[in-house]
Design a protein around this ligand. Structure first.
Ligand SMILES: O=C(O)COP(=O)(O)O
Ligand SMILES: [Mg+2]
Length: 223
């Protein structure tokens, strides 16, 4: 029997990062005197990494942003976010137990996030989560990222898994679309940052808590 690789999204799936993302984003846009964004705004801004998040925040405020201004603002975001890490960010309830039980059952675990690799790696490290995962791929690790299914599949390659036996778990349309585009079964979680209702994402299954992420469920979804 081939081992299934379970691929997790990061922001809004493994870890509740919203308060720190909002704080660092607001620190960044304050450089141009833009009004701060709220937690509710974040669900529309997050998903394609920090650069796009900054660009979307400017669009939300109706403020012009020239291409050559973006690198400086991105550096401002990265410096602030890295300095505060892990800040208020914490794993969602039941996650550690779920990772333990899935690993004991022999599954390969991996992370596929659109967050920049240089931010994803230290965050997982400082929350002592790194050891659970055979591979961690960021939004800039490859030349493609979610919703491109190749992002999930290249992560599986890195983890030493089999491309034909994968389960994706995520909170947003990028995750579920990437899975659907690759013919990969998926689980959506409702506690993250989606501007679309979780039932409307088109996932194979929805769980409300990591307690529901059992070996039986993984087997049923990947049969
Ligand atoms: O940081 C982002 O914009 C998205 O990150 P995620 O893919 O882990 O949800
Ligand atoms: Mg996410």
């Amino acid at each position: 029997m081939t081992t299934t690789t379970i691929v997790f999204d990061l922001d809004g799936t493994l870890i509740d990062t919203a308060p720190d993302l909002v704080e660092s984003l607001n620190h960044t846009i304050a450089a141009r005197d833009l009004d701060p964004v709220s937690y509710e705004d974040l669900t529309h801004l997050v998903g394609q990494g920090a650069r796009v998040m900054i660009q979307r925040a400017f669009a939300l405020r109706g403020a012009p942003l020239a291409d050559d201004e973006v690198p400086g603002l991105l550096d401002r975001f990265i410096d602030h976010y890295e300095a505060g890490m892990p800040g208020k960010s914490h794993p969602y309830p039941g996650l550690i137990e779920a990772l333990g039980r899935l690993k004991s059952a022999g599954y390969v675990l991996a992370v596929c996030t659109n967050k920049m690799e240089r931010l994803a790696l230290p965050l997982l490290e400082r929350l002592e989560l790194t050891h659970h995962f055979a591979a961690i791929a960021g939004g800039d690790t490859f030349a493609f990222r979610k919703p491109d299914p190749e992002h999930i599949l290249a992560t599986v390659d890195r983890a030493g898994g089999n491309r034909a036996k994968v389960l994706m778990i995520g909170d947003s349309i990028n995750d579920i679309l990437a899975a659907r585009n690759g013919g990969i079964p998926s689980i959506a979680v409702p506690f993250g940052y989606s501007d679309v209702a979780v039932d409307a994402l088109g996932a194979t299954h929805v769980i409300g808590h990591f307690d529901e992420l059992t070996v039986e469920l993984v087997e049923t979804l990947t049969r």
